[in-house]
Design a protein around this ligand. Sequence first.
Ligand SMILES: C[S@@+](CC[C@H](N)C(=O)[O-])C[C@H]1O[C@@H](n2cnc3c(N)ncnc32)[C@H](O)[C@@H]1O
Length: 229
Amino acid sequence: MSPSTQTSFQIKSRERVADHGEVFTPDWLVNDMLKLVDREVERIDSRFLEPACGEGSFLAPILLRKLATVRRQYSKSPADYEFRAVLALMSIYGVELLVDNVCACRERLLTLWLAEYEQRLKRPPSAECLATVHFVLERNILNGNALSMKKVDASAQDTQEPIIFSEWSAVTGPLIKRRDFRQDELLRDQDARNSLEQAKGELSLEYVPKSPVREFPPTDYRKLPEAES
Ligand SMILES: C[S@@+](CC[C@H](N)C(=O)[O-])C[C@H]1O[C@@H](n2cnc3c(N)ncnc32)[C@H](O)[C@@H]1O
């Protein structure tokens, strides 16, 4: 794994360890764990959620591995490379209680994404593309409580607002379909699916997938921030 993905320490302070269990996972362990899902990590659109993501110990190397796939498959066309690199970023999600970690995680992913992009295309992204990258990072790396599934305030206290994830899916050409889901409903949905699987068909299949809380028309990926308003 590249040393550039590593945070330089595993503990920031004793208080933070005691208050929030904040101990970052070392690279060697992240690496070993990611080997268990090797194939998935390399797929550009396989979705990963790190529920207490800290500064993104897992998300950073996952992003790099996905971008390596983009480089192998789409280097010939700058337009294809850019679109797929944005899709790779869109597939990575994190929830973190402490706002400074959220900022550090977004910054880390942004730095890796930009370095990879500029190395490949020998130029920075357009202002529109960069705005989308920032927008996706803000929507995907969330300041929240992964247990209560609520957003939190600057003091890490729960608010009344539920955590909402955006699902981004490629449609055709440069178009992306965005659908927003509440995390608590997604997990209840997953529980229902699991119990149906365990029941091996003995339950009547009344499983109804959860509906999004918000849905957007397919939009050019460079116009996604504007579609929000
Ligand atoms: C053991 S660290 C792991 C960080 C990162 N996943 C890693 O492997 O390096 C736990 C992280 O979870 C955060 N955290 C603690 N309770 C949380 C909660 N209820 N919801 C979201 N994040 C939480 C802490 O602030 C800390 O950054």
